[in-house]
Design a protein around this ligand. Structure first.
Ligand SMILES: Nc1ncnc2c1ncn2[C@@H]1O[C@H](COP(=O)(O)OP(=O)(O)OP(=O)(O)O)[C@@H](O)[C@H]1O
Ligand SMILES: [Mg+2]
Length: 221
């Protein structure tokens, strides 16, 4: 079985008693180490799909398997360690904790999972992305590109098998976007992780092993 497998996903949102079906019937699978880009116009359901695949929300119907485990109906209690250890997530708007330093943000998921070497690991990752000198800065004292490189370290600290990124360079200029993408791919390759990345950027899509597009609730490509 593939590392990530989604079968016949349907997602319907209800707003003011009206049902909107965003994903009609989406199936996909990603192998270990694969880099998949999900493209599609604004509102086509890319973020919705990532939240389902990463267990942040439940599908209306269909099934999701990660590392041979079905997560579709998993309880919050079962999902928490999966989200923390097996999955890494990088968001467009960084989502760093404002009151924690760069190092503390990176260490946080490792501390949650009881890793005694969280500090050492965070130091290695900071060096890896060239930000050792910024370790004690708060997010407000970092540039956008630096914030995203810290968020990338945080996503990688527990050596996830599966990395999701939702427009990770969407808030960055092209130069910083290139640095973040290069570091994301390097870290992914070093760890043999699978990367599922949402982007509008054709240049990023060219770096992927496979590009799939969402349109009218279905995947093509
Ligand atoms: N929690 C929600 N409740 C109701 N409708 C939602 C919810 N989340 C998303 N939607 C709707 O689902 C559709 C898809 O949204 P989604 O955020 O997945 O799109 P997207 O492809 O990520 O778009 P973008 O490229 O702009 O980020 C949109 O029409 C949106 O309004
Ligand atoms: Mg989105």
């Amino acid at each position: 079985m593939a590392l990530l497998e989604a079968r016949n996903l349907v997602k319907t949102y209800t707003v003011d008693h009206r049902a909107i079906t965003v994903l009609e019937n989406v199936s996909l699978s990603a192998e270990k180490g694969e880099f998949i880009v999900i493209a599609g116009s604004s509102g086509s359901g890319k973020t919705t799909l990532l939240t389902l695949l990463s267990g942040l929300d439940h599908p209306t119907s269909g099934q999701i398997f990660i590392d041979e485990r079905e997560i579709t109906h998993a309880s919050e209690e079962d999902l928490a360690p999966l989200r923390n250890r097996t999955i890494g997530f990088v968001f467009q708007s960084f989502h760093l904790v404002p009151s924690m330093t760069a190092r503390e943000n990176i260490m946080f998921p490792a501390e949650l999972s009881g890793d005694r070497d969280a500090d050492g690991r965070a130091g290695q990752l900071l060096a890896r992305v060239g930000l050792s000198a910024r370790a004690d800065n708060l997010p407000s004292q970092l540039s956008g590109g630096e914030k995203q490189r810290i968020a990338l370290c945080r996503a990688m600290i527990n050596r996830p098998k599966l990395l999701f990124a939702d427009e990770p360079t969407g808030n960055l200029d092209s130069e910083n976007g290139k640095i973040v993408l290069a570091q994301l791919i390097e870290l992914k390759n070093e760890h043999g992780a699978t990367l599922v990345l949402v982007t509008h950027n054709p240049e990023i899509a060219r770096a992927a092993d496979r590009v799939i597009s969402l349109k009218d609730g279905h995947l093509t490509g």
